[in-house]
Write a protein that binds this ligand. Structure first.
Ligand code: NAD
Ligand code: IPM
Ligand code: MN
Length: 355
């Protein structure tokens, strides 16, 4: 029997609460399938760990993670530790260190999920955002000048390399072909960001020529934000920079039922390093410890991990179990108008999968 080695990083706040439900569902899937099983190793890294040890993760953390088939991460960050430190030293360290340059985030309105955009149905909101995940606005380069003086200023530098842009844009076009989609939309801001986004746009047009069967489309990020809400049906595959992808995918979550329903994959497409699967929400300090976080996003990340490990049929079954749950409306957490607990939702997903 195939035994998958999975590294768990439950992290902070609601992270451990929702990861527990993801693990519950993964165990259920393994039992129902019978051809594979999971061996989980949990790492205590996060803000608590930082307060005890002065480190967000072990010095040799990446070496420890390297041998795993995949990483399943909850959420990182808590008000006890400055965010720019905690996130850079754990989440971003893994994304960059393992060259997980593709952040694949589905924006998919499930049957039964609430949608604030009027008149939109599941067929209207079903696209994938490919966010550049290794460089761009997130490289952490910059300078701090004239500290505490009147003329104090800072420079925050982005890095957009030809290699970095080409590979993620090409990934988007390849994904379009693989998924039978017809359009790739690049979202940038070339009218204001005169180096980075002009460069990206040029590369996008170059790569697009290699894919005459796919329509290459382009919007500015401001207009695209409006279109996400008003005309989401225009999007099939979106490719965008690290920062824009971050912002747009919270918006994507908002039009498909909220942060409790949105997940993403941090992929190293060459599989030289383990890929990492996570919900896109954070540690939600406002509801942490209450047992009311919606675990669907985190379970969705588990489904994506199953797909990555070669079990796409289980991805489909799990997504369809969400739709059953959302349509039945019996077991829902407060963010979706219910009064069920996090663990009730995990239990119910397991029951639906058993049916
Ligand atoms: P957040 O996503 O944690 O929360 C935003 C809002 O959404 C909150 O009102 C929260 O209660 C709600 N929410 C989020 N997930 C939910 C769920 N599963 N069920 C129900 N409601 C949910 O964003 P934030 O408050 O800006 O960030 C909190 C911390 O998390 C910060 O330290 C931030 O840096 C970090 N963060 C980490 C990640 C990550 O680990 N990938 C992502 C985003 C934010
Ligand atoms: C996300 C998060 C992170 C990001 C933060 C916490 C650094 O918002 O995964 O969407 O911006 O990538
Ligand atoms: Mn984000």
């Amino acid at each position: 029997m195939k035994q998958y080695q999975i590294a768990l990083i439950p992290g902070d706040g609601i992270g451990p609460e929702v990861v527990a439900e993801g693990v519950k569902v993964l165990r259920k899937v393994a039992a129902l399938d019978g051809s594979f099983d999971f061996s989980f190793t949990s790492f205590p890294w996060g803000c608590e760990y930082y307060l005890q040890t002065g480190k967000m993760m072990d010095e040799d953390g990446l070496e420890k993670l390297q041998k795993f088939d995949a990483i399943y991460l909850g959420a990182v960050g808590y008000p006890t530790v400055p965010d720019h430190l905690s996130l850079r030293e754990l989440l971003l360290k893994i994304r960059v260190g393992f060259d997980e340059y593709v952040n694949l985030r589905p924006v998919k309105l499930l049957r039964g999920a609430p949608c604030p955009s009027q008149g939109k149905e599941p067929k209207d909101i079903d696209f994938i955002v490919i966010r550049e995940n290794s460089e761009g606005e997130y490289v952490g380069l910059g300078e701090w000048h004239n500290k505490d003086q009147k003329d104090e200023y800072v420079l925050q530098t982005g890095k957009f390399s030809r290699k970095g842009c080409e590979r993620v844009i090409r990934y988007a076009f390849e994904l379009a072909r693989k998924e039978g989609k017809h359009r790739v939309t690049s979202i940038t801001k070339g009218n204001a960001l005169n180096y980075s986004m002009v460069f990206w746009d040029q590369i996008f047009h170059q790569i697009a020529k290699e894919y005459p069967d796919i329509e290459a489309n382009q919007y500015m990020v401001d207009a695209a934000s409006m279109l996400f809400v008003l005309h989401p049906e225009r999007f099939e595959i979106v490719v965008t920079s690290n920062l824009f992808g971050d912002i747009l995918t919270d918006l994507g979550a908002a039009i498909t039922g909220g942060m409790g329903l949105a997940a993403g994959d941090n992929l190293n497409p060459e599989r030289r390093y383990p890929s990492m699967f996570e919900s896109i929400h954070g540690s939600a300090p406002d509801i942490a410890g209450k047992g009311i976080a919606n675990p669907i996003a985190q379970i969705w990340a588990a489904a994506s991990m199953l797909k990555h490990l070669g079990h796409p049929e289980w991805y489909e079954k799990i997504i369809s179990s969400f739709e059953t749950l959302l349509c039945e409306k019996k077991i829902l957490t407060p963010d979706l108008g219910g009064n069920s607990k996090t663990s009730d939702v995990g239990d119910e997903i397991c029951r639906i999968l058993e049916r």
